[in-house]
Design a protein around this ligand. Structure first.
Ligand SMILES: *Cc1c(COP(=O)(O)O)cnc(C)c1O
Length: 375
């Protein structure tokens, strides 16, 4: 039996291995391991690709959120509206910035933050809304900008799953006052270790972020901001710089795979398995391909997942427990039942294998196995 892993990064790396080795070699020769040339080059290139202005590389996506919010002057005493169904790092970033997270439920079809529900959560303390472009699909920039305008709040994007995603004519990371990306290896653009970047079009915010990631120093040994040590390693930036030109192609590959899944899964809709809805197929970068297994399905999710595993097909759940129900954050005072859509989603979702290099016959094999299991 040939196994199908959930992700397989070798298809990205093998064809450009010698290029990557050369890039690493160049860093070795220059010896500028921290805040080196490749970092500056990558920051410019990634900000330009994302239609933003300034990029500031940091140690992780979590730091890009935590320090990024700080750079945007969002912190203690400020409420930030965040989706209940996101990776916990979104929440950790907000808490580390000192701000108060206010959870909002998701749309049951798209799994994206529900902006109508968010409308009702705005208070005089609301400083920002923090959309997560979940699974690679952007929260509508048009609606976000309307929301921000109506309520006079800032937009801060968590684009960790949405490198180069587009919607309403905007690229992910170009909508808000600030945006955070992660380069965790399995993200659409991944480093060979941890990494992240913060994007902004505001020079002053960018300058503050440059200080915050570097001990809060305005210049060496003069510290004007309560910063930390969080820099994207030059070696990681050099690798990312080599990979960046391929990102659009990899995203298109993901889209083709997603379209095939959509087509082949259509016959399972009557049996209770439906993909998470797309606003339109263009612009979605499919970090993950997620289906919902609803109560009409004859087989339970766990059973389906186990049987797929027996057939050699690895799947995931993103995410099994919404943030407001995580044991670490009961102190925030939320209860089960507070966000019915997010909670139901957490019970029903299943992420199928998705990566550039996954073949069309493998997709057919995965859907075929699913069909057999629920027959
Ligand atoms: C991966 C991810 C992060 C955190 O990024 P790290 O680099 O792992 O710290 C934040 N938010 C979302 C939505 C993510 O998927």
């Amino acid at each position: 039996m040939v196994k199908i892993p959930f992700v397989d990064l070798k298809f990205q790396h093998q064809p450009i291995e010698s290029q990557i080795q050369q890039a690493i070699q160049d860093v070795l020769k220059r010896g500028d391991f921290v805040l080196g040339k490749a970092l500056a080059d990558f920051e410019v290139a990634f900000a330009a690709a994302s239609n933003s202005q300034y990029g500031v590389g940091v140690a992780s996506g979590t730091d890009a959120i935590a320090l990024g919010l700080q750079a945007c002057n969002i912190g203690v005493g400020d409420e930030v509206i965040v989706p209940a169904n996101t990776f916990v790092a979104t929440l950790i970033g907000v808490l580390r910035a000192g701000a108060t997270p206010i959870f909002v439920d998701c749309d049951p079809q798209t799994a994206l933050m529900d902006l109508d529900a968010a409308d009702k959560l705005v208070t005089p303390k609301t400083k920002a809304i923090l959309p997560v472009h979940l699974y690679g699909q952007m929260v509508s920039p048009r609606k976000l900008l309307e929301f921000a305008d109506t309520h006079n709040v800032l937009i801060f994007e968590d684009a960790a799953q949405a490198h180069l995603a587009e919607r309403d004519g905007y690229v992910a990371g170009s909508v808000g006052i600030g945006a955070a990306f992660s380069f965790y290896p399995s993200k659409n653009l991944g480093a060979m270790g941890d990494g992240g970047i913060f994007l902004t079009k505001d020079l002053e915010i960018a300058q503050k972020m440059i200080r915050l990631r570097n001990y809060g120093a305005s210049y060496k040994y003069f510290h004007t901001d309560p910063g930390t040590n969080s820099r994207l390693d030059t070696i990681q930036a050099a690798i990312l710089l080599e990979k960046l030109p391929y990102l659009s192609q990899w995203n298109s590959d993901r889209l083709i795979i997603a379209k095939q899944y959509d087509t082949e899964l259509a016959s399972l809709a009557a049996k209770g398995i439906t993909p998470i809805q797309n606003h339109s197929l263009q612009g979605h970068v499919y970090h993950l391909y997620v289906v919902k297994i609803d109560e009409t399905c004859s087989v339970e999710r766990q059973e389906i997942q186990e049987q797929l595993a027996v057939a050699g097909i690895q799947t995931g759940i993103h995410y099994p427990v919404p943030c407001h129900m995580q044991p670490a954050f009961t102190c925030l005072g939320y209860q089960p039942g507070d966000f019915p859509h997010a909670e139901k989603m957490a019970k029903q979702i299943l992420s199928l294998p998705m990566y550039p290099g996954l073949t069309s016959s493998q997709v057919t094999q995965i859907v075929g196995n699913l069909a057999t299991i629920i027959r």
